[in-house]
Design a protein around this ligand. Structure first.
Ligand code: NAD
Length: 361
């Protein structure tokens, strides 16, 4: 199979970690007989340096013509980088918001995985996390409170602010379908998180999710109130497979879930639209403090590439091969500095990339 992939290397550690992900993808290609067409795309600071803006329309058009986009991270140190002297709409992060909008990326997918080998990095008690955990948070990304009408005005002489939370049934249905599809590739359990005891938008959310569930008889559906979910994540994280939720709840819960996994350098993410297309990137930023030192952890980007194979190309065996290779390298005791612990072998960005590529079976 030939895979047509857009590649945004980005800024800071972005080029270093994307280089390792491509190394691993190429090894997967050799072992499983796939070839790649990589389309290099500029975004963020790298695009500002060349074009004066963080994302050109031409780049968006090329991204749209790809089957998926693999991205590093964009942005610099706001205190010193000249990019942050520009007006907000021309700064690196504006490129990210524009590409998400242009590509209609309404579903954000963040796995939170605690590898047994890294359980020391988890702030929870050991008995709660024995054996590790593996959940996927599916957050609606383009609706809800963050995109509603808002205003601040005087009402009867009192300064008053208002934010609207709106969802229509189509917005809920399309993301619920994605969540159930993904559950079918995992442990077939969806926990839909809402606040249906208070909010109308949550009651509609629950109704539509139940309608979608009818088409997935193999998947178990549970509903959980968001306040309870926040507690359950730290009380019994092993109970979760796929968490499906709206924009603001997902924003908060996905950060909570990432905290209990340990290092930011391990966390992959994907943003999807209603086709097979997706933008795959590590959850962390461009880490300007360690850029160019060759010590960044590329695993989040490598695992994002695995998500790309699974969700945009339906190459489940190949995605498993990457995830197994990462587990094996951790089991063998190799660590980048951010996840280093006593008795393990410290390696740099390129070395851990080589080890993961060698373990692709
Ligand atoms: P950051 O995630 O870049 O860094 C936070 C800390 O985590 C730093 O100490 C960094 O060294 C460490 N870290 C991050 N990724 C790592 C990795 N792969 N390996 C080892 N250590 C890693 O967050 P920040 O410092 O707040 O932001 C830096 C820049 O990144 C800013 O310009 C911000 O806007 C941008 N940013 C971009 C994205 C994106 O591209 N999607 C996301 C978040 C932040």
């Amino acid at each position: 199979m030939e895979l047509n992939i857009g590649v945004i290397r980005g800024d800071g550690i972005g080029p270093e970690i994307v280089f390792e992900a491509i190394k691993v993808l190429n090894k997967v290609g050799e072992v499983y007989g796939h070839t790649y067409k990589y389309n290099e795309l500029l975004m963020g600071g790298a695009s500002i340096d060349v074009h004066g803006i963080p994302l050109t329309d031409e780049t968006v058009a090329i991204a749209k013509s790809c089957d998926a986009v693999l991205m590093g991270s964009i942005g610099g140190d706001a205190k010193v980088s000249p990019w942050y002297k520009l007006e907000p709409s021309k700064r690196p992060e504006a490129g990210l918001l524009k590409i998400r909008k242009e590509l209609n990326l309404f579903a954000n997918l963040r796995p939170a995985v605690l590898y047994d080998e890294l359980k020391g990095a988890c702030p929870l008690k050991e008995e709660l996390t024995e054996g590790g955990f593996d959940m996927m948070i599916m957050r609606e990304l383009t609706g809800g409170l963050y995109f509603g009408n808002r205003e601040t005005k005087q009402v009867d002489g009192v300064l008053t602010a208002k934010d609207e939370l709106t969802y229509n049934e189509n917005e809920i249905r399309r993301i619920a379908i994605r969540a159930f599809d993904i559950a079918m590739k995992r442990n077939k359990k969806v926990i839909s998180v809402d606040k249906a005891n208070v909010l109308d938008s949550s009651r509609l959310w629950r109704k539509v999710v139940e309608e979608v569930a009818i088409d997935y008889p193999e998947v178990t559906l549970e509903h959980m109130l968001v306040d309870n979910c926040a507690m359950q994540l730290v009380k019994n994280p092993k109970q979760f497979d796929v968490i499906l939720t709206e924009n603001m709840f997902g924003d908060i819960l996905s950060d909570e879930a990432s905290m209990i996994t340990g290092s930011i350098g391990m966390l992959a993410s994907a943003s999807l639209n209603d086709t097979k297309f997706g933008l795959y990137e590590p959850s962390g930023g461009s880490a300007p403090d360690i850029a160019g030192k060759g010590i960044a952890n590329p695993i989040a980007t490598i695992l994002s590439a695995a998500m790309m194979l699974r969700f945009s190309f339906d190459l489940d065996k190949e995605a498993d091969a990457i995830e197994n290779a990462v587990s094996q390298v951790l089991k063998d005791g190799y660590r980048t500095i951010d996840i280093m612990s006593e008795g393990k072998t410290q390696v740099n960005t390129a070395e851990i990339g080589n080890l993961i590529a060698e373990n692709i079976k």
